[in-house]
Design a protein around this ligand. Structure first.
Ligand code: HEC
Length: 431
């Protein structure tokens, strides 16, 4: 009894105003920062939507928020520009959690309703204008999975602006990532493959490109899903363009987790009511295709850079490496010589492929140089390293490596996106 009373008095004095501590003190934090993932069917292993669910986890929660391992967010504080989807807790939120747990995690007088009614896992952005279903793919119990592809016929008869898209992922526990590309009519991208059935092309087949073919006419990334993904419209007054007769190409990677599963994910599209002022484009050309990571190297450095041939605004950055990835920094050098760190991820975590969305898109004048540095740990001290004796090159599988900073750029609606590239981007080559 004494043990129960002590924290209660502690809580009383801590609040001064004299109301007893209770679940209501941490509920807003859980609601704003945790339940998006910690809900039934979410990516996190346990739901945290009501007192009953939270109570057994109280000390683990305190530990995770104090160490800032939860919510997962890997950007260093103090980069030049703030991020719209910054999940990290404010100090006041951390303090509220610590105070409640130290008070013995009491229920208090709060009404015992869930933080959020059990989600039906439906569309977070509302009812889409079009839903594209991915036909169920059977994911085995275990084993390394290749990238699976699917070409979906979109019956879009005139050029259409899409203001948002949302992935509704079915088997969140096994979907490692899913990308949806727009492929214009006449594109060489996977041109030899049939529609509406899943296939596994080789790297050569995936890289096939007609000489002189425009980058964005070949394919454009519409939307990517990765753990921790939060659907968001790209920006007010901005949209992506799907030209008449285009297909959607899905690239899917699954990580089996011990149970067989059949995935029935869906992609929802939201049309813009009118042509937007600005066009949003994704590029994957800030990358180092020639990276070579020597055996045992604990700190291999890889660099990439590109110069913008026409002005754009930067909307988001997603650093991408595999399990030897240690950290990445992305910078801009402006034509006036000013240099800025746009994103610094000092402790990269392969399990969290976060897209860092800028609060305010950053102006990149023509001639801006974007560059990135990636650090890799190929030593036995990297607990995730599958083989420290290997010389590691660019490749798909997590035993290979990548160094890409995916960027989303904003250009004028009628601007020619091809002028963004000063030189035609290099393509990945088969090993
Ligand atoms: C973006 C998704 C996401 C958000 C947001 C999130 N979590 Fe998690 N959480 C996970 C996943 C996935 C795991 C299991 C894998 C892991 O530990 O990384 C996890 C694990 C945990 C664990 C167990 C960790 C351990 O030490 O084993 C705790 C405790 C936890 N989360 C608390 C929280 C709290 C509290 C919040 C909000 C303040 C939160 N999480 C926000 C996804 C999330």
């Amino acid at each position: 009894m004494l043990i129960r009373t002590l924290p209660f008095f502690f809580a009383l004095s801590a609040f001064g105003a004299g109301y007893p501590a209770g679940f209501q003190d941490v509920r807003p934090v859980l609601e704003a920062r945790c339940v998006a993932c910690h809900q039934p069917g979410g990516v996190a292993p346990m739901p945290l939507t009501n007192y009953r669910e939270v109570r057994p986890w109280a000390s683990a929660i305190k530990e995770a928020v104090v160490a800032r391992t939860m919510p997962p967010w890997h950007a260093a504080k103090g980069s030049a520009h703030a991020f719209r989807n910054d999940r990290s807790l404010t100090q006041a939120e951390v303090d509220a959690v610590v105070k409640w747990v130290d008070a013995g995690s009491p229920e208090g007088g709060a009404v015992a309703v869930d933080v959020r009614p059990a989600a039906d896992n439906r569309w977070q952005l509302g009812k889409p204008d079009v839903v594209i279903q991915v036909p169920g793919l059977k994911v085995p119990k275990s084993g390394v999975q290749p990238y699976n592809f699917l070409i979906s016929t979109l019956h879009i008869e005139h050029d259409t602006w899409v203001r948002a898209a949302e992935f509704r992922i079915d088997q969140t526990q096994v979907v490692h990532h899913m990308n949806a590309f727009v492929r214009e009519p006449g594109s060489s991208y996977l041109a030899d493959f049939p529609h509406d059935q899943i296939f596994v092309p080789s790297v050569t087949e995936r890289g096939k490109k007609r000489a002189g073919e425009a980058v964005f006419a070949r394919r454009q990334l519409l939307l990517g899903y990765e753990p921790g993904y939060v659907p968001m419209p790209w920006l007010e007054g901005g949209a992506k363009l799907i030209k008449a007769g285009s297909d959607i190409v899905f690239e899917m990677h699954f990580n089996p987790n011990g149970k067989e599963a059949v995935d029935h994910s869906e992609l929802g599209l939201y049309f813009a009511p009118e042509p937007p002022r600005q066009r949003v484009l994704a590029i994957d050309t800030l990358r180092d295709l020639d990276l070579v990571i020597p055996p045992q190297d604990p700190n291999c450095v890889s660099k990439a850079s590109m110069t913008l041939g026409s002005p754009a605004k930067l909307l988001s950055i997603q650093p991408h490496m595999h399990v030897r990835g240690k950290g990445m920094e992305v910078r801009a050098t402006y034509p006036d010589g000013r240099r800025e760190v746009l994103l610094s991820v000092p402790k990269y975590d392969f399990n969290w492929q976060t897209t860092y969305v800028l609060k305010e898109p950053v102006d990149l004048p023509k001639g801006t140089v974007l560059d990135s540095t990636a650090w890799f740990n190929n030593s036995p001290n990297n607990a995730f390293n599958p083989d420290p004796a290997a010389t590691v090159h660019w490749g798909d599988q997590t035993t290979d490596e990548m160094h890409i900073a995916f960027l989303e750029l904003v250009i004028g609606r009628d601007a020619n996106p091809e002028t963004l590239f000063v030189a035609a981007p290099k393509m990945p080559q088969p090993k």
